[in-house]
Design a protein around this ligand. Structure first.
Ligand SMILES: [Zn+2]
Length: 334
């Protein structure tokens, strides 16, 4: 038996939202939207982890489990799935919903979610049907004849207030029975073809959103809170000397306090930053100090002196969003 599982990554949206939330004033008109979306992204992430633990207890003939796959294909609408179970007999789209507060199903394909305010959201079964149809089209286009199923899962029963008769919503504990039934379907692909198509799906994944999160929310860089934040506790860093900044909460002294501000810029705004822009976001208006730490960051750069621009490519930008870790870069010629 071959068992391949793509390592689960925290969604780019969740990490970007955390960074955006940290840099927003509670008085900003978009603050409530960002706070709500962050809340839902966190809940969704927790729900997916729970579903993962259920999936790992199920026997599959040859499964390949993908997380947060986003297909982009000409003439097929963009399709993003929370979890895609790909086997040699079928594909299963699992849409995970972990909304908090009271969730009430309406008859007209809409849901009321009650947190701090009441909101109406399209029923997730509508999205799941749409994704299933798109994925089926993608399979056909690539000469893959495999049935595509979909299931909408609420990990925790407490989130549901009332479920309409044909809501077609399931709880995590039902997943075992659903998958066991699907596992009785006849095998369609040889092991070699299964592996070929698994790779094809991996390569078709386009996780990167083309607009920065600030563009998505129509938030101007000038709206963001200025400052340098502690990577350990999110507290504000206080300048002790030109080269030393200390966290006001946990007393952490980072090696390069401006590194994380640069990552904030790359995550929230765009893939290149100048000395002036870093001074703007960090709130430290001393050009040579900012320049010193920019150079120390070892991000790729071009240009000279005050005109030096530091930049990351799309893949690096993606890595920062996902990992939020310091990475080593090869210096490029100025
Ligand atoms: Zn701290």
């Amino acid at each position: 038996m071959i068992f391949i599982q793509i390592k689960k990554e925290i969604s780019t949206k969740l990490v970007a939202l955390k960074r955006l939330h940290r840099r927003m004033s509670i008085n900003h008109p978009k603050y409530i939207d960002v706070k709500r979306d962050l809340y839902n992204a966190k809940a969704g992430h927790g729900g997916e982890e729970y579903i993962d633990s259920v999936l790992s207890s199920i026997y599959f003939p040859i499964p390949h489990i993908f997380h947060n796959i986003r297909f982009l294909e000409k003439n097929i609408p963009s399709t993003q799935t929370d979890i895609l179970v790909f086997t040699s007999a079928y594909a299963l789209i699992i849409e995970v919903n972990n909304w908090s507060g009271k969730t009430t199903f309406q008859d007209i394909g809409q849901i009321l979610q009650k947190n701090e305010h009441v909101e109406s959201i399209d029923c997730p079964t509508i999205h799941a049907d749409y994704f299933r149809d798109n994925l089926q089209d993608w399979f056909s286009k690539h000469d893959l004849h495999l049935p595509v199923h979909r299931v909408v899962i609420f990990p925790y029963a407490s989130t549901i207030n009332y479920c309409s008769e044909n809501g077609d919503i399931h709880f995590a504990k039902e997943l075992l029975a659903i998958v066991q039934k699907l596992n009785k379907l006849p095998i369609q692909l040889s092991e070699a073809r299964f592996i070929t198509y698994s790779k094809k799906i991996s390569h078709a994944n386009h996780p990167y959103a083309s607009h920065s999160i600030c563009q998505q929310y129509k938030i101007m860089p000038s709206d963001l809170l200025k400052g340098i934040f502690c990577t350990k506790c999110d507290g504000p860093l206080v300048k002790e000397s030109n080269r030393i900044y200390v966290c006001a909460h946990c007393l952490h002294i980072p090696d390069n306090p401006f590194y994380d501000v640069m990552v904030d810029w790359f995550t929230l705004i765009g893939n290149q930053i100048s000395n002036r822009q870093l001074r703007f976001l960090s709130g430290i208006d001393t050009s040579y100090i900012v320049g010193y730490f920019m150079k120390k960051s070892q991000f790729p750069h071009s240009g000279m002196n005050k005109g030096t621009i530091y930049h990351v490519n799309q893949q690096e930008q993606q890595n920062f969003i996902l990992q939020g870790k310091k990475q080593h870069h090869n210096k490029q010629k100025s």
